[in-house]
Design a protein around this ligand. Structure first.
Ligand SMILES: Nc1ncnc2c1ncn2[C@@H]1O[C@H](COP(=O)(O)OP(=O)(O)OP(=O)(O)O)[C@@H](O)[C@H]1O
Ligand SMILES: [Mg+2]
Length: 232
């Protein structure tokens, strides 16, 4: 199955490890010789000049990127914009930014804010709406390992299926060093999904130096590495 040009990275929730997983995906793709960029349509919770998610992806993977808008409040984009009297980019602005990067790269990784149905525009359009408007796009779903993840994972998958969005596979954002029966049986469920498990990012991965992070990323994401070999 060919990997689409636009790889949208969403999660079952905020803080599930989307940014770190995006860095791992970027490292694997760049390591395979693909030209890769990352884009964050709405970055909240950062001051001017402070590193956001794109800076973290670049630090860990070496892949460059851009932000659509950055907002101070650590809130969802619409209330964050309202709190400082800012206007969010429109659907068209978001799509143009992704298309520009897609023209110049083999893959653009687009990291949403929070989960799939968070509003990214004043008109209430979501990451799902942006994905539907892009002709060559699919979604990687980043999930937690712990109890409760199965419901959140299946809800997001159902929302993707409802919109006929291509599902590229699941990544566990932070896999514990000492998994118990809950985590291991959750992983069995993810492995059995039709779109498959791309892999698990081990706990502590973002604390590795960039070199070690890049060297290990393809071991963490064997499902992605296998797909790239199929496409080679
Ligand atoms: N594999 C991991 N091991 C240890 N810590 C991790 C791991 N993955 C993520 N973290 C940490 O958990 C926190 C949340 O991760 P991350 O920023 O990747 O989440 P996110 O889903 O991108 O959040 P947001 O919705 O804010 O974009 C960060 O402090 C990050 O360093
Ligand atoms: Mg993030």
């Amino acid at each position: 199955m060919t990997l689409p040009r636009v790889v949208v990275v969403t999660g079952t929730d905020t803080d599930v490890g989307k940014t770190v997983a995006t860095a791992a995906l970027a490292a694997v793709l760049a390591g395979a010789g693909r030209r890769v960029a990352v884009h964050k349509p709405t970055q909240t919770g950062v001051r001017p000049g402070e590193p956001g998610d794109v800076a973290e992806v670049t630090r860990l993977s070496g892949v460059p990127g851009s932000e659509g808008v950055r907002l101070l409040a650590p809130m969802a984009p619409r209330p964050a914009a309202a709190s400082e009297g800012a206007t969010l980019p429109t659907r068209r602005d978001h799509l143009d930014a992704v298309r520009r990067l897609a023209d110049e790269h083999d893959h653009v990784l687009v990291e949403g804010a929070g989960g799939l149905l968070v509003e990214l525009t004043e008109a209430g359009e979501t990451l799902a709406d942006l994905t539907c408007a892009l002709p060559d796009a699919g979604v990687v779903l980043v999930v937690r390992a712990a109890l409760g993840t199965l419901n959140h994972t299946m809800l997001t998958r159902e929302a993707l299926a409802h919109r006929a969005i291509r599902q590229l596979g699941v990544v566990v954002g932070a896999w514990p060093d000492d998994p118990g029966p809950v985590e291991t049986t959750n992983l069995e469920v993810f492995s059995g999904l039709p779109e498959g498990l791309l892999g698990v990012v081990p706990s502590g991965a973002p604390s590795l130096g960039p070199e070690a992070f890049r060297a290990s990323a393809s071991d963490w994401l064997p499902g992605l590495a296998a797909r790239l070999r199929e496409n080679a």
